[in-house]
Design a protein around this ligand. Structure first.
Ligand SMILES: [Zn+2]
Length: 180
């Protein structure tokens, strides 16, 4: 079996902390889509039915996503309102921006988070299997060793306290054959 532990690098504590923080900053719990044909509305709602995301008009011909406001967590507002330059691309800010709102960041990274966490689970399971096999080998070794001692009868069954053979009466170093 291929040893995954040598091919996959463990997730660093820093990365785990990053993912944890990103998730903690996002709206907690399970989210669900609420699409209402009668009012032509679409929303992503949280478990307690607050809006994570919905859509609204932007100008005459466009649309934007509304999400929980970065400043006022009771409001939803267009994410274009506090859009920021892409990391390392300030010089492109005139034509493309991104959102740093917690839920927006979490949504954008969710796929990568799942990939990385699944890889870590696979690595840990492989590591766990390897350790379990190793432990079983030790147990089998210990059992064999224990068997060798229990299979060997006690000295006193063959020789008396002075070391003489019960059967031939000779000292145990010169008794040969009685107990083989
Ligand atoms: Zn003997």
């Amino acid at each position: 079996m291929a040893n995954l532990t040598t091919t996959i690098t463990p997730m660093t504590e820093e990365r785990r902390a990053e993912i944890t923080a990103c998730r903690a900053a996002s709206t907690p719990g399970r989210w669900y889509w609420d699409i209402r044909p009668r009012s032509n509305s679409v929303s992503l709602l949280s478990a307690n039915h607050s809006t994570v995301l919905d859509a609204t008009r932007w100008g005459f011909g466009g649309a934007t996503i509304r999400m929980i406001d970065a400043q006022n967590h009771w409001l939803v507002s267009g994410i274009h309102e506090d859009a920021e330059p892409h990391p390392g691309r300030k010089h492109h800010a005139g034509w493309t921006l991104t959102s740093r709102r917690p839920d927006a960041v979490f949504i954008a990274n969710a796929g990568v988070f799942v990939d990385e966490l699944l890889e870590e689970v696979a690595r840990l399971q492989a590591e766990n299997n390897r350790l379990e096999n190793e432990a079983q080998q030790y147990v089998r070794g210990a059992q064999k060793l224990a068997q060798r001692f229990t299979d060997k009868p006690a000295f006193s069954e063959y020789y008396d306290a002075a070391g003489n053979c019960h059967r031939c009466g000779r000292f145990f170093t010169v008794c040969n054959g009685c107990h083989e």
